[in-house]
Design a protein around this ligand. Structure first.
Ligand SMILES: C[S@@+](CC[C@H](N)C(=O)[O-])C[C@H]1O[C@@H](n2cnc3c(N)ncnc32)[C@H](O)[C@@H]1O
Length: 267
């Protein structure tokens, strides 16, 4: 935990300081607390195990953190992401491989327009950009009829993150000197990675983003699917289709309920 704290929180103090943070799968509040200690302004933790969410509140109370600086929401993270509060930084620690819906999760995060997303996840060591289905208890191959989790390879993670137009940096566990303990072998063997994603670098100006959104809305498309139009317009504006879909959903949301951040900042 101390090594993970160093890699995920201490090395990212500049990103976390003053930020509103969404801690997905917040467990007992361990990283929410660490973020607040690293001077995050506010943290929302989302955790579907009631006992863990309660423990998180107890932990923060125990350490004397002012209650107005945190909220712990009990529930499924996808349900939360349907009606999220805006935030600057998203933590996805120990959760990406638990879902089989990586792109759905990343799309929901993209719509929040965070500045940064920090990911800590198990990965598959297979070749190329594939997602390995596993059973949480028995691993690979997954037991038929059993529960599934899904480990992306780093190449698959690269493909998914870059499809949103995001840039990212992997934490260098090998060079960090933090992997000497046997518990850290997953990181030293490349079975687990930590990534800081910069989500705020759209390659086009705000005016172009708005024009691209309007272009999709104004073009006639089959009422069953907007996706072919999104792909055509994305190609014209030299952005990725997932990024344009994010801009559209974002614009729809802003029109329904005004958002303090306004359009994407290209700064
Ligand atoms: C491996 S633990 C990671 C905890 C912590 N984030 C960390 O990195 O140490 C995964 C946590 O995610 C929670 N969880 C799993 N699926 C979830 C979901 N769909 N919605 C909310 N919480 C979930 C589990 O209850 C558990 O607390």
């Amino acid at each position: 935990m101390k090594a993970r704290y160093t890699a995920l929180i201490d090395s990212n103090r500049g990103v976390i300081r003053g930020a509103t943070v969404l801690d997905l799968a917040s467990h007992d509040g361990r990283f929410s607390f660490a973020a607040l200690e690293a001077e995050a302004e506010h943290v929302v933790g989302v955790e579907y195990e009631v006992g863990l969410a309660e423990k998180a509140v107890q932990n923060l109370q125990h350490y004397g953190v002012e209650p107005h600086r945190y909220d712990f929401v009990v529930g499924d993270l996808f349900a939360y992401l349907d009606r999220p509060k805006p935030c600057d930084v998203v933590f996805s620690f120990g959760i990406l491989y638990h879902t089989t819906e990586h792109m759905r999760l990343l799309s929901r995060i993209a719509e929040l327009l965070p500045r940064h997303l920090i990911i800590d996840t198990n990965v598959s060591r297979r070749e190329s950009s594939v997602i390995e289905l596993r059973n949480p208890l028995t691993g690979y191959p997954p037991k038929l009829g059993g529960e599934l989790e899904a480990y992306p390879t780093t190449a698959a993670l690269d493909a998914m993150l870059s499809s949103f137009g995001w840039s990212y940096t992997y934490f260098n566990w090998e060079a960090s000197g933090l992997t000497s303990h046997s518990e850290m072998q997953d990181y030293s063997a490349g079975r687990r990675v930590s990534v800081v994603v910069d989500c705020m670098k759209p390659s086009i100006s705000i005016a172009e983003q708005q024009a691209a959104v309007e272009a999709v809305r104004s073009r006639r498309h089959d009422h069953r699917s907007q996706w072919p139009t999104i792909k055509d317009v994305a190609a014209e504006y030299a952005i990725t289709p997932p990024m344009l879909r994010t801009l559209l959903r974002r614009a729809d949301r802003v029109e329904q309920e005004p958002h303090p951040e306004g359009p994407l900042d290209t700064g």
